[in-house]
Each structure stands twice: as C-alpha cells, then as structure tokens.
Design a binder for this molecule. Structure first.
Ligand code: BG6
Length: 480
C-alpha cells in the first residue's frame, strides 16, 4: 500500500460525496412532482430489461414495488443528512435536480415553484456548512410525459425543452451554484437506453440509429446548456460526465488491442464532442458501417463548437477488459453494465464489478492526455453488503480498503500531472442502486435502515468508514 502524504492534493480540493435525486429523494409525487424514468423501474428481475428499453407501461403497475418512490426519503430528511455530511467535513456535495420536480410534464406551462423552492432550501442548508453544491441537470431523468408525447430524446423537441429547463435553473440558482454537470454518464444511453435517455423500443426498430440520433440531441442540449450557463453566470463551471473505466485488451494480439481502442471510443465519442466541439473522425466510419444517418440542422455544428465544457466529470468504478477470442468472451463478469471479460489479475465485488485501483490512475491519465482539461471525479465507490453487529455497528473495513487504494492512485495521478478538481465518492449515504434497484448494495459512510423490500425505519447510522473519511478530508488526503 502506498502511503499518501497530504501535499499531493491542492489546498482547495473538493472532497465530498455524490447522490442523485432519482435514488435519494423519494416523495415521487409530492408537491407537484411529475413521474420520471426511475419511477417506472421496479425492483426485481424485470428491471434490467426495462432499463434497456423494453417498457411494458408508462405508468407504475399494481403489484410491482418501485424503490424510487420513497427511496431514502432525502426530500424530507435532507437537513439531518446534510448535517452528517458536514460532520464529515464535506467540502462539496454532488446532487442532481429532478427535472420533473421543476417541470412536472416537461413543458413550459408546468413550471412548479414548489420544486424550485425545495432546491433553494437545500442549497441554503449546504451554504450553512460551506458545502459547495455540484449539480447535475439530468441524472437518469426525463419527465415521463415527454416520453409519452415525443418519444423522449429521439425527438429534437427535447433539445429546446431541456434548454428551457437549464436556463430556468441557471437563472434561479446563479448565486448559489458554481459547478454544474449536464448529463450523468451520458454514454449510458448506449447500454441502458431507457435509464439513460428514456428511449422505448418497438420490435423492428433500428436501435443504433435511434440511440445515436438521441445522442445527437443530448449533445446539442448539453452544448446549449453550457453556453447558457456561461451567459447567465460568467463564473459558472460546467462539465460533462462520463461513465469511465478504460478497456484493456485481454492479450497483446493486435486484434484485441484494436478492439479495446474501439470500445474506449464508444464512450469517448460523447466527450470528444462535448469537450472538442465536433464529431470525431472515427464516428463517420462507425456511422457508415452501422447504417446510421444523423439528421442535423444547419447550425448544429456551430452549436456544438460554441458549447464545449469547462471540465471533464467522470465516474470510475472498474476497468474493463475485452477480447476477440470467442472462448474468452464466454467469461464475462456478471453484473457489469458495460460488458467486460473477466480480468484474472484483479478481484471483483460481490456484484461482479472489477476492483482495480490502478485502473483509476490509468483512466485519469488517459482522460487528461486526451482532453487537457481539469477532471472532476464525481463518483467512485464500492457497493457491498453491510451487516449490523449485535451492538448496532457497521465495521466496513472492506470499504475503507477500497477507498484507501483508490485515493492513493488518485494521488499518484495528481503526481503524474493530472489536474483534478475534486472527489465526490458515490452514495455517501446508502441509497437505491441504479442497476439493481436494491438497498442491499450499499455504498455509504452512513447506513440507512431499509431493506430491498422497502421495510425499515430509515434511521441513519454512522459506519466505521464515517470517521475514517472525516480524517481523510480533515488532513486533505491522508489515508492512513
Ligand atoms: C453510476 C450512476 O452508474 O453508478 C449512479 O451514476 C449509480 O446513479 C452508480 O448508482 C452505482 O451503480 P449501482 O448500479 O451500483 O447503483
């Protein structure tokens, strides 16, 4: 284990945690909120297929359990939770706004003052403790009425509706929020298209065509939001957000190496546009080979050019591995949304996610080499089962271990010359797992008393990692 000393981290490094409206707030129809994507994602085995776009109904169904409807009730308990984050010394809290809380049906006429007020109150609470908000505009979030009416992001109409939403919140919160992100894990659109972009498919759809057209619309919307943020508040810093984790070739066979490059490009594609302001050269070949034609309007290229991001936000949980050998491909890791071949050199979590701290350093270096813009680690963490001792404690040494190793590699990346603005680990308080809908898959320094079926008191309990992370922040990065 490398020891970090505290000088690697800049003085104003933004240590903290990240949560999202859809997995924390609950109160799914309260104070005028409309339905959003996750409100249609049940717990259990149908969830994965729905997230992929096979959506049986745009209304919640009787007899199903929808974990987001109550989630961890952050909507009502945010003061208690923010006080706990402050106790750990958080410098930053990443949240997302719920689009459907602010525009319940997505259209201008539905603007909901109660929704705007909720976030005003939350920002004021953060300010009380000098916690900097880092705010994502869309974290797996589209008002369901826009899915019904327009087919979500497959329709260009969403671009102007999103721009309206973005301008509304930039104007309202310009004195309270400096750091923004446009779309959470924008590349998720290719893997779980309903979760990432509200896309619903029918039999016979040319899915790739629809996905990349929707991607074009999100990229335009992101660029317009960046421009609006800068116009409304010149000090604002607005970033993109990639579900990162570099691909390794399984062997040094050039075919494997080429495939790993292609797999990385699948994700870089989005950030290449958001950061460089134009479609990368390789995209044209890709579109031709897959029979994809992107419908563009005359000034789209200009919009993309003018709306490049200030920093690169990314999540890192795992590296990924790929191969061209059909025998090797049989050994996929379970549970990994991004489809990775099992890497024999690194362990896996209880959910089959590769644990590869060195991969964090590699990924950060590659992103920085490619974009030469500051990075912001807006998610990283270990989803694990936590057991309460008879005395009511949670000794999550495995989580401390995970963080120790990852923070050590982040420090190395900084030594390598990578500029990193901050680190907000995922789920500082246990919340609903996006991929599985479980509560049992816990990421927090704070335990929430709730189980997979929705039973529990919702009581918050500090885990062992709570005081450990507090010390890391206090010392600006000492992980001992
Ligand atoms: C990222 C998302 O994919 O990973 C979060 O931005 C998500 O919303 C996190 O919760 C961890 O994934 P999971 O599936 O374990 O909750």
């Amino acid at each position: 284990m490398k020891a970090t000393n505290t000088n690697q981290f800049p003085k104003d490094f933004l240590w903290g945690g990240a949560i999202a409206a859809n997995q924390a707030e609950g109160a799914y129809l309260e104070a005028g909120k409309g339905l959003t994507i996750v409100d249609l994602l049940p717990a259990g085995e149908n969830r994965r297929s729905i997230m992929k776009g096979n959506v049986p109904s745009l209304k919640p169904l009787d007899g199903e359990f929808y974990p987001s409807h109550e989630a961890i009730d952050f909507y009502h308990r945010y003061k208690e939770d923010v006080a706990l984050f402050a106790e750990m010394g958080f410098k930053a809290l990443r949240i997302s706004l719920s689009w459907a809380r602010i525009f319940p049906n997505g259209e201008e006429s539905s603007l909901n003052e109660a929704g705007l007020q909720f976030y005003d109150d939350l920002f004021d609470e953060l300010k009380k403790y000098q916690i900097e908000p880092v705010v994502t505009l869309a974290h797996f979030d589209v008002p369901v009425e826009l899915i019904e009416k327009y087919g979500s992001w497959r329709n260009r109409k969403l671009v102007s509706l999103f721009e309206l939403y973005a301008k509304t919140v930039f104007t309202r919160y310009k004195d309270k929020v400096k750091y923004w992100l446009t779309f959470n894990e924008i590349n998720m659109l290719l893997h779980l298209p309903f979760l990432g972009a509200g896309l619903v498919f029918k039999e016979g759809d040319h899915r790739k065509q629809i996905q990349y057209q929707a991607a074009h619309h999100q990229l335009l919307a992101s660029a317009l939001a960046v421009k609006a943020a800068h116009d409304i508040s010149p000090d604002a810093k607005i970033g993109c957000m990639l579900a990162a984790g570099s691909f390794y070739p399984y062997t040094c066979n050039p075919d494997d190496v080429y495939k790993a490059m292609e797999k990385d490009r699948e994700s870089y594609f989005f950030i290449d546009v958001q950061s460089r302001g134009q479609y990368p050269a390789y995209a044209h070949r890709f579109f031709k080979d897959h029979g994809i034609t992107i419908e563009m309007e005359l000034n789209d290229k200009e919009i993309l050019k003018e709306g490049t991001v200030d920093y690169i936000g990314f999540s890192y949980y795992s590296s990924r591995t790929t191969s061209t050998d059909p025998e090797v491909i049989k050994k996929m890791t379970s549970g990994n949304v991004f489809g990775s071949v099992s890497n024999p050199y690194v362990p896996k979590s209880e959910w089959g996610w590769t644990i590869d701290p060195k991969g964090f350093r590699i990924t950060a270096n590659q992103l920085y080499d490619r974009y030469q813009k500051p990075l912001f680690v807006v998610e990283n963490g270990l989803g694990a089962v936590d057991e309460l001792t008879p005395g009511g404690e949670i000794n999550d040494d495995y989580r401390i271990d995970y963080f120790r190793q990852h923070i050590a590699e982040m420090a190395e990346a900084i030594e390598d010359g990578v500029e990193i603005l901050g680190y907000t680990s995922w789920g500082p308080i246990d919340l609903i797992s996006a991929s599985s809908g479980e509560m049992k898959k816990r990421y927090g320094y704070i335990y929430v008393d709730k189980d997979n079926e929705g039973n529990g008191t919702l009581k918050r309990i500090k885990k062992k990692s709570f005081s450990w992370y507090k010390k890391v922040i206090e010392s600006n990065g000492d992980i001992r």
